[in-house]
Design a protein around this ligand. Structure first.
Ligand code: NAP
Length: 493
C-alpha cells in the first residue's frame, strides 16, 4: 500500500513551517502538518502573557529568506511574531497542509511497507513516507507538584495558558518562577496588582536590554533597500555568535569574557537596586551562561516597589488562600501565576512516542543510552524520520539558525534520496557515534562542564547530567556541515 502522504510534519510553528518550505522546494507537496493547538505559530501562538517579546533582536529572530521590514521595535512584541508566522504561512501557501486540533499520539515504522503510521487522538491514523517532528523545545508546560496546590481556592494561571479575560486589577498575587518568562511578566503584573510576591528558587542573570522602537523611516528603508536590513542582521548575528562561541562554548579559553558578561549584569543590578540584601538575593551563584540569561530594564527596579516582595525561602505548601514557606511565613493571595517553565527531558524528547525499526522506542532508547541525533536531526534505526527538536540541534542563540541549518540538511538528504531513486534513508550507526563523540568532546570546553553550574538548575542539563541541547559549534560551522556532511553517512534503499 502506498502511503497517504509524502511526509507528515508534527507541529505548525516556525520549525514545522520551515520544514514544509524545504519539502516544497524539493517538489514534495503531498504533505500534512499536524498541530495540536487551534492555530499556527507554535510558541508564539501559545504564549500571550503580558510583556511577551522576543529576546533576540528581530532582524535575527526571523527567517533569513523572509525578512520582515515591519518590526516595530528592535525586540518585537510577541503579537508581531504571531502575525509574522501567519504571513509566512500565507506567502508560502502552507495553510492548506495544516490540520489543527490534531493531537499526535505516536508514530510507528512499518518495515514491510517502508512507511510511517501516525496516530492522532480521536481521528483516523495517517501514513506517510517520511515523518518530521517539529514539536519545539519548550512546548510541554511544567506545573510543579507542590503539596496543596489542588486545594488553592483562588485563580491559577500558567504563563502558557494566559487568561485574557481575568482582571488582575487590585489582586493579591504571587508568581512562582524567575526564568526568562517571569522576567518579562513580573513588571507588567506589578503594574496591575495590589500585592505581588515573587517566589524565587534560583536567581537569573539579567543584563540591560538595548531596545528601542524602529522608526517608520527605518522600516521604509528596510523595505525599499533590503540589503540594509540584511546588514543589520549580519551585525547583530555576529555579536550573538561572538557571545555564544566565546563566553559559553569556549569558556575554558575565554573565561574572562564570561566574567565580563557577569560583571555587566552585576553592575546593572547595582544601578537599579539600592538595597544590598535584595541585591544579594537577586545575584546568581553560578556562572553566566549555565542557564539561559535574559535582558530587561524593568525587572530589577520592580523589586524596589513597596507592594512587590521577593520570597527566597522554599515553598512548603499551598493552602486554599496562600503559600507557606519554610521560614514559617505565609503570603495570602487570591491569584497564583505559574511561570514554572517547561518539561524538556521527561516528556519532550521526543514529544510523541516514536517506534522505529524492530520496535525500538526512541524515548526509552535515549533515556537508557544517551540523548543523541546525527547532526541533531536523524537517529539510527529510525528510517525516514527527522527529529527537529533534538539533542545537539540548537545552534547559536536564535532558533531560526537551527531551523535553517535543518532545512539545508533536509534538502540535501532528501535530494540525494531522490537522485538515487530511493525511498528510504537511515543514518549509519558509525556516523551517528562519531558525531556524538565530537559533540561530547567539544562540550568539554564549554561553561557547562568547565564552569560552576551546580546551583543553576538549568534545563540545558538532562537526567544524565549532560548539556545535550546546544550544538557546541559556531553557527557558521553548523551551516557548513549541513551543506557538506558526507552523503554516505546514510544508507539508501
Ligand atoms: P524556565 O526558564 O524553566 O523557568 C522556570 C522557573 O520556574 C524557574 O525560575 C524555576 O526555578 C521555577 N520553578 C519551577 N518549578 C518550581 C518549583 N516547584 N518551585 C519553585 N520554583 C519553580 O522557564 P521560562 O521562564 O518559561 O523560560 C523558558 C525559556 O523560554 C527561556 O529560557 C527562554 O529560552 C525562553 N523564553 C524566551 C523568551 C523570549 O525570547 N522572549 C521569553 C520567555 C521565555 P529553578 O530555576 O530553581 O528551577
Amino acid at each position: 500500500m502506498a502511503p497517504q502522504y509524502d511526509a507528515v510534519i508534527v507541529g505548525a510553528g516556525f520549525g514545522g513551517m520551515g520544514a514544509a518550505i524545504a519539502l516544497k522546494q524539493l517538489g514534495l507537496d503531498n504533505i500534512v502538518i499536524l498541530e495540536r493547538e487551534d492555530d499556527l505559530g507554535g510558541t508564539w501562538h501559545v504564549n500571550r502573557y503580558p510583556g511577551l517579546a522576543v529576546d533576540i533582536a528581530s532582524v535575527t529572530y526571523s527567517y533569513s529568506f523572509e525578512p520582515n521590514p515591519h518590526w516595530s521595535r528592535l525586540f518585537a512584541p510577541g503579537a508581531e511574531l504571531k502575525k509574522y508566522a501567519e504571513h509566512v504561512a500565507d506567502k508560502y501557501d502552507l495553510r492548506k497542509y495544516m490540520r489543527f486540533g490534531a493531537v499526535v499520539g505516536g508514530a510507528v515504522w512499518d518495515d514491510e511497507a517502508q512507511q510511517w503510521t501516525v496516530s492522532i487522538a480521536d481521528q483516523e491514523p495517517v501514513t506517510a513516507r517520511y515523518i518530521l517532528t517539529a514539536t519545539g523545545f519548550l512546548s510541554q508546560p511544567h506545573t510543579p507538584e507542590i503539596p496543596g496546590i489542588d486545594t488553592f481556592q483562588g485563580k491559577i494561571i500558567h504563563t502558557t495558558n494566559w487568561d485574557d479575560s481575568y482582571d488582575l486589577t487590585g489582586k493579591k498575587a504571587a508568581i512562582i518562577g524567575t526564568g526568562a518568562t517571569a522576567v518579562q511578566l513580573i513588571p507588567k503584573l506589578a503594574d496591575r496588582v495590589s500585592e505581588l510576591t515573587v517566589f524565587q528558587r534560583t536567581p537569573i542573570w539579567v543584563t540591560p536590554k538595548v531596545d528601542t522602537p524602529i522608526p517608520k523611516t527605518v522600516q521604509a528603508l528596510f523595505k525599499r533597500i533590503p540589503a540594509t536590513q540584511r546588514a543589520a542582521r549580519f551585525v547583530n548575528t555576529a555579536l550573538l555568535e561572538a557571545l555564544m562561541v566565546s563566553a559559553v562554548l569556549h569558556f575554558r579559553q575565554a573565561r574572562v569574557l564570561n566574567e565580563i558578561a557577569a560583571g555587566a549584569a552585576k553592575l546593572h543590578l547595582r544601578a537599579q537596586v539600592k538595597d544590598a540584601e535584595l541585591r544579594r538575593k537577586l545575584t546568581p551563584d553560578y556562572d553566566f551562561g549555565c542557564k539561559r540569561p535574559t535582558f530587561s530594564n524593568e525587572y530589577f527596579t520592580t523589586f524596589n516597589k513597596p507592594h512587590v516582595h521577593l520570597q527566597t525561602s522554599t515553598i512548603e505548601r499551598i493552602e486554599p488562600d496562600g503559600i507557606v514557606t519554610a521560614d514559617g511565613s505565609k503570603a495570602e493571595i487570591d491569584t497564583l501565576v505559574l511561570a514554572t517553565g517547561f518539561n524538556l527531558w521527561d516528556v519532550n524528547f521526543p514529544a510523541i512516542e516514536v517506534l522505529g525499526r524492530n520496535g525500538r522506542n526512541l524515548g526509552k532508547w535515549w533515556r537508557d543510552n544517551r540523548f543523541q541525533a546525527f547532526e541533531g536531526i536523524t537517529v539510527p534505526q529510525f528510517p525516514n524520520f527527522m527529529t527537529l527538536a533534538s539533542p545537539y540541534s540548537y545552534s547559536g542563540l536564535s532558533y531560526f539558525t537551527t531551523i535553517e541549518v535543518q532545512m539545508k540538511h533536509i534538502k540535501r538528504l532528501l535530494g540525494e534520496v531522490k537522485r538515487r531513486g530511493a525511498t528510504t534513508f537511515e543514518v549509519k550507526q558509525e556516523a551517528n557515534d562519531a558525531f556524538l563523540d565530537r559533540m561530547t568532546e567539544k562540550l568539554g570546553d564549554s561553561v557547562f562542564y568547565r564552569g560552576s553550574c551546580q546551583g543553576s538548575r538549568s534545563y540545558y542539563f538532562n537526567q544524565h547530567g549532560e548539556a545535550a541541547i546546544l550544538r557546541p559549534t559556531s553557527t557558521i560551522a553548523a551551516h557548513r556541515e549541513a551543506e557538506r556532511f558526507p552523503l554516505d553517512s546514510y544508507t539508501y534503499s
